[in-house]
Unconditional design. Structure first.
Length: 331
């Protein structure tokens, strides 16, 4: 049990770009089919950002909704963390661009890189900053414009991802346990199974690199799938134990939305299929935004209500993974 300050989520928000791209639309871009995509992934459609819309634009929209939901102004924020693997630029941070857009003048701002696990890592980081007394109010955002970093000629990856953003406002205080303890892990020995190899300091941008399409996300899907099932399932078991809670006590399980078959395998292992939240059908895999969007939807549609225990779990490139428990206590 954390003896430091209680930390509560006092507002959530999500933003999905207007443009819907269905599986059928993808049939005209790469050799694929609605049937293949739906049966292998559970995805029907995804949202794609408009031209000129950057990750910080998506993040700022989600942030505005989360702040309105929390009933506070951006000037009250002490800290803004943006989890993303598709930043506006290498630097400055996407968080600084969001700060400017929403007017979070007194906040300090930075990005956090943990690929698809980023929102949970950022939630845990902000929670600990608040619990320790370092700050009082934080905004955590998961935002991605995946469409800018996937290879639209690679059918094994381009069908999987979508754009979007989700946000949560965290504040010291509140009844109940609020944001509880996390478990997190990483395994850098498997980095090459899911990465964007080109464009950074290892392989700087060059005409040759672009010709080889190395600036785009690459994934060994089958391997990633196996690790995702095991790591997310283990993380949930461990986080329940760490917080002294049983799976029966949890009202809603919200996993990273990468593939319905991954989610089904975890549900089966934990015996919680009736309480597993999914929206992968509508938005596909929005990387670090997925968990944040799903949490916002689960709260807004009434699946999660005050007093409920909610288990979150994620898996992504790195590899990175984790789980967290929330006792939902929005004021
Ligand atoms: O967010 C980070 C975490 N990411 C994930 O968790 C993703 C994990 N992986 C997956 O979700 C799945 O592995 C995929 C959906 C990516 C792929 O499903 P799979 O059942 O593992 O298929 P596969 O990669 O083994 O490919 C099966 C076949 C291959 O053909 P052959 O070699 O059997 O003839 C592929 O070439 O399906 C082919 N294929 C496609 N066919 C139609 C691959 N992509 C497509 C496609 N449309 N889009």
């Amino acid at each position: 049990m954390d003896s430091r300050r209680t930390v509560s989520i006092i507002g959530t928000g999500a933003y999905l770009p207007e443009k819907v791209v269905t599986n059928r639309d993808l049939e005209s871009i790469v050799e694929t089919s609605d049937d293949w995509i739906y049966s292998r992934t559970g995805m029907r459609e995804r949202r794609i950002a408009a031209e000129g819309q950057a990750t910080s634009d998506l993040g700022a929209e989600a942030a505005r909704k989360a702040l309105a939901d929390a009933g506070i102004g951006a000037e009250e924020l002490d800290l803004v963390i943006v989890a993303t693997l598709s930043p506006d630029m290498f630097f400055p941070s996407t968080a600084c661009f969001v700060q400017e857009k929403i007017g979070a003048k007194k906040a300090y701002c930075y990005d956090l890189g943990a690929a698809c696990s980023g929102f949970l890592y950022a939630l845990d980081t902000a929670k600990n900053q608040i619990a320790s007394g370092a700050v009082d109010t934080a905004l955590v955002i998961g935002a991605e414009k995946m469409s800018a970093f996937i290879d639209w000629q690679d059918r094994s990856t381009c069908i999987l991802f979508g754009d979007g953003a989700g946000a949560a406002v965290l504040r010291a205080g509140g009844t109940g346990r609020g944001v509880m303890e996390s478990v997190m892990g990483s395994d850098g020995s498997l980095a090459n199974l899911l990465w964007t190899p080109g464009g950074g300091s290892r392989n700087p941008i060059s005409h040759e690199l672009v010709d080889q399409r190395q600036q785009y996300l690459k994934m060994e899907g089958r391997e990633v799938f196996k690790h995702a099932v095991v790591r997310m399932g283990d993380a949930v078991v461990q986080v329940l134990e760490k917080n002294g809670v049983s799976a029966d006590d949890v009202k809603c399980f919200i996993p990273h939305q990468a593939n319905i078959r991954i989610i089904d395998a975890i549900s089966k292992r934990l015996g919680v299929a009736d309480r597993m939240y999914t929206n992968v059908e509508k938005y596909a895999n929005t990387s670090s935004a997925a968990l944040a969007i799903a949490l916002d939807e689960a709260v807004k549609d009434g699946t999660v209500q005050n007093g409920d225990l909610v288990a979150l779990t994620v898996f992504g490139g790195g590899f990175t993974w984790g789980a967290n428990l929330l006792e939902w206590n929005k004021p």
